[in-house]
Design a protein around this ligand. Structure first.
Ligand code: ATP
Ligand code: MG
Length: 409
C-alpha cells in the first residue's frame, strides 16, 4: 500500500516512463504526455527514441545504454523533441529494474523539466558573451581614440614647429629688409655726395679739352681718351642711379629684355671677368621679355658671376668658362641657364646655399646673402623660380620666369 503511495507521489510530481529491455515504451504518466505533446496511445509500444532530439550526439545514447545495461543508474540532462517540433530539457534518471535472478526486467525513467533553467543559462551565457564582446570592442575603441589623440598631438606639435619656422623665416626676412633699408639709405647718401664731384670731374675734363684745343694738342688720340673718360663718368653716375633704384621699394615694375639685364650686369662685371681670365659665352637664340625690376635681375646675374669667379680662384681652375643661355621654355617662361666649370658645390651643402648667411667663404669675402637675395628677387618680385644642381665639373643654376604676354610689351 505504501509503495503504491510512493509511486503516486513520484508520478504526480515527475515525468515518468517505463520501457522494456529493448527500449520499447510500456508506460508513460500524464506529465510525460503533457511535456512531449503525445497521447498515451501514441507512445505505448513505440521505441523511446521517438522523443530523441537530432542534436544529441550518438555517443550520449551509447553511454546511456552502457550504464543501464550494466545495471547502474544513469543521470543526465537531456535535450528532447516534442511532437510539435519544440525542444524541451529534462533532468533524467534512468533506473534499471532487476528481478530476483538479477536480470534486467525493465527501465524506469524519472525526469523533471529544466527547460526554463537551460534557457535561462543559455541566455545568461549569451549575455556574458555579449558583455565580453562589448568589453573587447571597448578596449579597441579606447585604443583607437588614444591613437587618434596621439596623432592629433603629433600633428599639433608639427604645426607648432611649422609656425615657429615660418616666424623665424619672417624674422629673417624683416631683418634682411631692415638691412636693405639702411643699405639703401647709405647708398642714397653716397650717391648724393658723389654726384657733385662727378659733375665737377666732368667740368674739369671739359676744361682740359679746351686747354688741349687751344694748344693744338687736340689729336684723335686725345679725343679717344677724352671720350673714354667721359664714358666712365657717365657709367659711374648711371650706376649710382641704378643702386638708388635698386633699394627703392616703391619703384614701378618694368618690362625688359633678359639680354638688357645681362648687358647691365656686364657693365659692372666686364673688368672682373677680364682680370680673372674668365670667358663668358652667351647663347641667346631668342630675345625674351620679362616683367619686373631690371636692375634687381642684373644683380642676380652679378651674384652668379661673382660666385663663379670666387670658385674659379678657390679651386685654381685653368680654363675658366661660364656659359649663359637665354631661351624660352614652353613658350610661357623665360629660362636663364647659367653654367660654370669651377668645380661645383659639395653635395652635402648644396641644399643650403640659398639659405640666408650661408657661406663657405671667409667673413671678409662673403656674407652668404648673395644667393638668398637672388632667389628672393626671382621668386618674390618676378614670380619665378631659381634652382641649382651640380653638373660635370661645375654648377648649373636655372632661373625660370613667366614671360610677358605680347599685348603688355
Ligand atoms: N658657382 C659656384 N661654385 C661653387 N660654389 C658656389 C657657387 N655659387 C655659390 N657657391 C657656394 O654657395 C655659397 C653661398 O653663396 P652666396 O652667394 O649665397 O654667398 P657668398 O658668395 O658666400 O657670400 P655673398 O654672396 O653674400 O658675398 C658660397 O659660399 C659657395 O660655397
Ligand atoms: Mg655670393
Amino acid at each position: 500500500m505504501n509503495l503504491k503511495r510512493y509511486q503516486e507521489a513520484i508520478e504526480s510530481s515527475n515525468i515518468v516512463s517505463k520501457t522494456d529491455i529493448n527500449g520499447i515504451i510500456t508506460f508513460v504518466n500524464d506529465e510525460f504526455c503533457k511535456i512531449s505533446g503525445y497521447k498515451k496511445e501514441e507512445l505505448i509500444g513505440k521505441n523511446h527514441n521517438i522523443i530523441r532530439h537530432p542534436d544529441v550526439p550518438k555517443e550520449n545514447f551509447e553511454r546511456l545504454w552502457n550504464t543501464i545495461l550494466a545495471k547502474k543508474t544513469y543521470v543526465s540532462t537531456v535535450k528532447n523533441l516534442a511532437k510539435d517540433g519544440s525542444t524541451f530539457y529534462v533532468n533524467t534518471t534512468v533506473i534499471p529494474m532487476v528481478n530476483e535472478n538479477d536480470e534486467i526486467e525493465e527501465f524506469i525513467a524519472i525526469r523533471y523539466d529544466v527547460t526554463e533553467n537551460v534557457k535561462l543559462t543559455k541566455e545568461l551565457k549569451k549575455k556574458e558573451e555579449e558583455l565580453e564582446q562589448l568589453n573587447s570592442t571597448l578596449e579597441l575603441r579606447v585604443k583607437k581614440q588614444t591613437q587618434e589623440l596621439r596623432e592629433l598631438n603629433e600633428n599639433l606639435e608639427k604645426r607648432v614647429k611649422e609656425e615657429v619656422e615660418k616666424n623665424r623665416e619672417k624674422d629673417r626676412f624683416l631683418f634682411q629688409q631692415a638691412r636693405l633699408a639702411s643699405l639703401g639709405e647709405m647708398i642714397g647718401n653716397i650717391a648724393h655726395q658723389w654726384r657733385q664731384p662727378l659733375s665737377e670731374l666732368g667740368i674739369i675734363l671739359y676744361k682740359i679739352k679746351k686747354v688741349f684745343k687751344r694748344k693744338n694738342l687736340d689729336t684723335d688720340e686725345f679725343q679717344e681718351v677724352y671720350q673714354e673718360a667721359k664714358n666712365v663718368i657717365k657709367k659711374m653716375s648711371d650706376t649710382i642711379e641704378d643702386f638708388r633704384n635698386f633699394f627703392n621699394p616703391h619703384r614701378p615694375k618694368e618690362v625688359f629684355l633678359v639680354r638688357e639685364a645681362l648687358d647691365e650686369a656686364m657693365i659692372v662685371m666686364q673688368r672682373t671677368l677680364e682680370k680673372y681670365n674668365i670667358r663668358l659665352d652667351v647663347i641667346c637664340s631668342k630675345e625674351v621679355k620679362i616683367e619686373g625690376y631690371k636692375s634687381e635681375f642684373s644683380q642676380v646675374l652679378i651674384n652668379l658671376l661673382n660666385n663663379s669667379k670666387d670658385a674659379f680662384i678657390k679651386n685654381d681652375i685653368n680654363n675658366r668658362v661660364i656659359v649663359l643661355e637665354i631661351k624660352k621654355f614652353n613658350e610661357k617662361y623665360a629660362m636663364v641657364v647659367f653654367k660654370d666649370n669651377a668645380g661645383g658645390i659639395c653635395e652635402s651643402i648644396i641644399d643650403k646655399v640659398f639659405e640666408p648667411y650661408f657661406t663657405t667663404k671667409h667673413a671678409s669675402s662673403g656674407t652668404g646673402v648673395g644667393l638668398y637675395m637672388s632667389r628672393m628677387i626671382v621668386q618674390n618680385s618676378m614670380n619665378g623660380s631659381m634652382d641649382v644642381e651640380n653638373i660635370e665639373g661645375g654648377v648649373c643654376f636655372k632661373i625660370k620666369i613667366p614671360v610677358c604676354k605680347e599685348k603688355e610689351i
